[in-house]
Design a protein around this ligand. Sequence first.
Ligand SMILES: [Zn+2]
Length: 143
Amino acid sequence: MTDKTTSGKVSVSPERMRLSEDGSDGVLLGTKCNGCGLCVFGDSVFCVRCTSGDLKAVDLSPDGTLYSYTIIHAPPARWKGPVPYILGSVKLPEGPQVLSEVIDIDPNAVEIDMPMKLVLRAGEADDEGREIMVYKWQAATAG
Ligand SMILES: [Zn+2]
């Protein structure tokens, strides 16, 4: 698994998102159970449904639908983005739900089940000055 790229960008969470070589694009990573078929976001040691340890790493779709969302008016102390902001849980076709910020949309325009797509944004730099790339959700119709 690669968490460094030629561009000097790093994934915010290498076990959850693999960056492309130039760091501009990313793929969400999941774990699928060979026993019962359950697919979860990120890596796992055993299946939370059937406890099997027979798992395989899979790439997840960059497209999903908005399962639920909330509007955050009181962000964490380290939050540097806009306030309020939208935190959305997007359901992917493989099954997992992935929680992240929903960007570039008026909160009044957000609707449950609307199609969403994965987008990357540069966050803060890490201790070595590399840009930390963060996955976010954007309406599939945007940009
Ligand atoms: Zn299982």
